[in-house]
Design a protein around this ligand. Sequence first.
Ligand code: SF4
Length: 256
Amino acid sequence: MKIEHIRVRHAIDYSPHHHAYINPYNGCPMDCPFCYWLDDPEWEGRLQVRDNIVEMLRQELVQWDAKERIYVGSICDPFCNEEIHAGLTRQCLELLKEHKMPVLLTTSATNRIIRDYLSLLIEMREQLTIVVELARPPFMKAMKSGEHHPGIENANLLHQNGIRTWTTYAPIIPGVSDLEGVLNVLDEEIPVYVEELLCKEGTTQAERVKKWVKQDYPEAYVTVREMIETQDYTDYNALMKKYERNERILNFPFRI
Ligand code: SF4
């Protein structure tokens, strides 16, 4: 992955839903085949480090309404490996802590950063929600072979330390996803947001998902291919019926 260092004109952006976002990085090395950002032809193969984001955020927070929630991480994982060297997310969080801003941070939580930053995250627990995204192909596969899932371990660690922790396990793909396995090892007080596979035939996501499933879950390939081609979610609905009364299983959007 090519690492580029850039400067930005402002730190806070707005999503189409008018949510205020900070992204210390732009890009992600996780290569999820269902990633929405695959629509962007410039998405893959590079990660931009926004060198001056802390400086810009410091200036913008002077005039910011402290009640407005800031989302951290929409086009990056704020706790990606590059953060170990650059430390931009940590510095942004320290500023947000100082300004008592409500924060919702989304991460795959697969490296040591959660542990390295635990004391800061604990200090922020009154203002912080962390969403740990668990449907990450390498770790889904590892779980299937009986190995641990670092995202689940880190979500449990955050929750045990009093930090409001939610998870996502999305998309749920029949024959591929192991929701039951996740629920068995995830702390029972942590909610799990789920959704179906939202990708249409002819898109990059459809092509990548089919390739991934054929290679890693060949027994599920025909079902997944047909689901994409027909957009018929009967198998997904049948799978999720089991959880319809389970209060831990939630649907998007997040209930903030
Ligand atoms: S972790 Fe998120 S942003 Fe990164 S590739 Fe996967 S879906 Fe895309």
